[in-house]
Design a protein around this ligand. Structure first.
Ligand code: GDP
Length: 524
């Protein structure tokens, strides 16, 4: 009989982080193909372009070519059940993107070999570091001419401040791409070759163990030199450091040609952690704890316009989910019956009957849930650590177009803020409403939902990007407010400053060394 522990040990739950166009969709699709979860490559892409979009607020998505329906995918491979969580890049980058990283146990970072580390990747990477979760790196598009591999490694280490260990190493690239020297599996994996002689074994000296024309190639010589350099001057392999998130195993490949994808997947599954314990108000909860528990990390409104329903995404943290089970919502103590739920096995949304720690399920929500809510069958009704507050970078001043609609306006804003769709601040004197977001799309979703769900047209006035810093003390001299350092209160009544730019921030700190400012996303 399989025990709960057996099942939990097979779970791997990760997010893919990358800059747009690095190849996330392509790699995801190839992974799903290995799992037999989809039949045709192109399915995920089709979702991305909106072919499967069904609801009306997805109009925005259709226009933008994004989709939320593919934000969680699941596949089975080699006795593992893998949950992939999408973290959108582009304009659809939002606080949701960050929160998704709270629900995973590891992350896969895709880097375009020609572009190196890009902006969006750095932001997401930081959140992974904050959580100390393992980060696996896939350097993609080796079939194209890109940066030199040593240069890419140096960039990873410098820009992201993480150590790297190349599990394999490219032999040539672009038109001359031969394949990879696989340090981990002690073999060379050839790019242009049929299944039969795709893999060439290496001997104890790390050289080709068989006669092969590759031996005469200058690229082979060069690779051996680079491998030597890596062995002498590079980092040591350390499973412990991988698990601590301080050493990233690096894989080279080409998602488009499915090269190196399976090698990557096999090693990923071997080293990525199964679901770990999580902290709560009553201490650590183990994933094999018999009591069922989980937390809501994302709420997706109006997937279906006919019902105006919402889907709450739940990360299971302990126990076993069973359809129709009764749980408590810890925030209110209210019992809830989990009769309508959905799972995300690739093609369509399936009804889930059973799921365990590590799995992500969708719960149909009629307004019960808030972001960060804990649900559990335990009578203790503990709560998981609060989801962190993310530092907004973009701001809008917002008012109701029609002053007669104030009541709806406030109700709408409050609900959307509670849902985590957007952050709300008030200026101290005028009590103006300012909306803060990490991505532009959050404003568009806000505007759209205010009109459609609360029947309120809003006027939004762009304030541009600001640097937000919270004030440590409860009190502050309100005269410190200026146009370049706007003093506001957040929804918990905590003071924060919105600085015009870096210069304004430094100037302020110089002038007011006693005011202690902090950024919740600066983790040390
Ligand atoms: P996403 O925005 O990160 O999801 O990126 P996509 O998966 O949509 O890929 C962006 C573009 O790069 C598409 O045109 C892909 O066909 C292409 N692409 C992805 N992987 C590779 C690869 O390994 N080699 C090459 N040459 N192109 C790739």
């Amino acid at each position: 009989m399989t025990t709960l522990n057996d099942e939990v040990q097979t779970r791997r739950t990760f997010a893919i982080i990358s800059h747009p166009d690095a190849g996330k969709t392509t790699l995801t699709e190839k992974l799903l193909l290995f799992g037999g979860a989809i039949r045709d490559a192109g399915t995920v892409k089709a979702r991305k372009t909106g072919k499967y979009a069904t609801s009306d607020w997805m109009e925005i998505e259709k226009q933008r070519g994004i989709s939320v329906t593919s934000s969680v995918m699941q596949f089975d491979y080699d006795d593992f059940r893998v949950n992939i969580l999408d973290t959108p890049g582009h304009q659809d980058f939002s606080e949701d993107t960050y929160r998704t990283l709270m629900a995973v146990d590891s992350a896969v970072m895709i880097v375009d070999s020609a572009k190196g580390i890009e902006d969006q990747t750095i932001k997401l990477f930081k959140v992974c570091r904050m959580r100390g979760i393992p980060i696996f790196t896939f350097i993609n598009k080796m079939d194209r001419q890109g940066k030199m591999p040593l240069e890419l490694l140096a960039e990873l280490e410098e820009v992201l401040g993480i150590e790297t260990y190349p599990m394999n190493w490219p032999i040539g690239m672009g038109k001359e791409f031969v394949g990879v020297y696989d340090r981990f599996n002690n073999r060379i994996e050839q790019f242009k070759s049929d299944e039969k002689d795709r893999y060439l074994p290496l001997n104890d000296e790390g050289e080709l163990a068989v006669d092969h024309e590759l031996k005469d190639s200058p690229l082979y010589e060069q690779t051996l030199e680079e491998i030597m350099l890596l062995s002498e001057a590079g980092n040591q392999f350390s499973e412990e450091n991988i698990l601590a998130g301080t050493l990233s195993p690096v894989f080279f490949g080409s998602a488009l040609t499915t090269f190196g994808v399976q090698t990557f997947l096999d090693a990923y599954l071997q080293f990525a952690p199964a679901p770990q314990s999580r902290n709560t108000t009553v201490g650590e909860i183990q994933p094999i704890n018999e009591d069922f528990s989980g937390f809501i990390f994302k709420i997706q409104a109006n997937m279906n316009p006919k019902h105006r329903d919402r889907i709450a995404f739940l990360r299971i943290c302990s126990g076993k989910f069973e359809r129709g089970m009764s749980v408590f919502l810890s925030r209110t103590g209210k019992p809830i019956n989990l009769s309508s739920s959905t799972q995300f096995l690739a093609d369509d949304r399936n009804t889930v009957n059973e799921a365990v720690s590590g799995d992500i399920i969708g719960l149909y929500d009629t307004g019960n849930y808030q972001i960060g809510d804990t649900i559990t069958t335990s009578k203790e009704m503990y709560q998981f650590d609060r989801l962190p507050q993310f530092t907004p970078e973009l701001f809008m001043r917002v008012t109701a177009k029609n002053v007669m609609k104030q009541k709806h306006f406030h109700k709408g804003i409050n609900q959307l803020v509670q849902e985590g769709a957007i952050q709300l601040f008030k200026t101290i004197r005028m009590e103006e409403y300012l909306l803060g977001a990490v991505g532009q799309l959050q404003f568009e979703v806000f505007e759209h939902r205010m009109r459609n769900e609360y029947n309120v047209d809003v006027i939004m006035e762009r304030m541009g990007s600001k640097i937000t810093r919270w004030v440590e003390d409860e009190k502050i001299d309100e005269n410190l407010h200026s146009t370049r350092s706007i003093l506001v209160k957040d929804r918990y009544d905590k003071y924060a400053f919105l600085f015009e730019n870096d210069f304004a921030l430094r100037w302020f700190q110089d002038k007011n060394p006693d005011v202690k400012l902090y950024n919740p996303m600066d983790m040390s």
